[in-house]
Design a protein around this ligand. Structure first.
Ligand code: 1HS
Length: 260
């Protein structure tokens, strides 16, 4: 490994990351691999998934790329079956894949609402269900929430509702899966500069990305947005044994945004 994060917190483990072709998912896939996990890189875009898997291979990590849409139960079952065949089981699932959606309730489009709920909420359910068929006792599921699931964000109706649902689902899953010693936790990042965020930042700046960024940073006491690697570090903590007494936890990772 050449990335300076060499460790073995996930030695011998198998981790699945959805939406791992870019952003936080890619950072987490790389981090998990650097810590010794065999990683299944799932993304709806085959090329993006392959790119992350190639980056992992370049650092002597182990990864496979799988193209799958998290809104498809059949695609996810096929994907998890493939992980089972190639790696022999699943220890960690990071439900990271997500989409944003803009608009207040007065103007939001029904199709955008449905898409936001389908990818963010149903996708988390479907990927978890498919993975759980192959998960051993003692595994870890990490869901991707958002500060938007905790506080209202202007013009983000469907996204806030979806992330609130992911947080509630996390607590529910933690109860049902405790007897199998599968822990389920949710990370609530503040804005991280990733491809997902660009349209929102641009809109907030009336078309000017830099202006939107400046406006957004004002909401963060720490004075900047997050980096994908800073969320990946929290995901690693939840994935490994260091968080062994944590389940049903909501981990805000937001530079103080919700502390105000
Ligand atoms: C999209 C991501 O989950 C963050 S929601 C927007 C929060 S903020 O930066 O506008 O306060």
């Amino acid at each position: 490994m050449t990335n300076g994060h060499h460790g073995s917190a996930l030695f011998g483990k198998v981790a699945v990351v959805t939406g791992a072709g870019s952003g936080i998912g890619a950072a987490a896939a790389l981090r998990f691999a650097a810590e010794g996990a065999s990683v299944a890189v799932i993304d709806i875009r085959a090329e993006a998934a392959q790119e992350t898997a190639d980056r992992i291979a370049k650092e002597q990590g182990q990864a496979i790329a799988i193209a799958a849409d998290v809104s498809s139960a059949a695609a996810l079952e096929e994907a998890m079956d493939r992980v089972m065949r190639e790696f022999g089981g699943i220890d960690v699932l990071y439900n990271n894949a997500g989409v944003d959606s803009s608009g207040s309730v007065s103007v939001a489009e029904e199709a955008d609402w449905d898409r936001c709920m389908t990818i963010n909420v149903k996708g988390t359910f479907l990927a978890s269900r498919a993975a759980l068929r192959h998960m051993d006792d003692g595994g870890s599921i990490i869901n991707q929430g958002s500060v938007a699931g905790l506080v209202g964000i202007p013009n983000f109706a469907a996204y806030c509702a979806a992330k609130g649902a992911v947080i509630a689902l996390t607590r529910q899953m933690a109860i049902d899966l405790a007897p199998r010693r599968i822990r389920v936790n949710v990370i609530c990042p503040g804005t991280v500069y990733t491809p997902l965020m660009e349209p929102m930042l641009r809109a907030r700046g009336d078309g000017d990305l830099e202006a939107g960024l400046a406006k957004t940073i004002l909401k963060y006491p720490i004075g900047r947005l997050g980096a994908p690697e800073e969320i990946a570090n929290v995901a690693l903590f939840l994935a490994c044994g260091q968080s062994s007494f944590m389940t049903g936890s909501v981990l805000t990772t937001d530079g103080g945004m919700t502390a105000q």
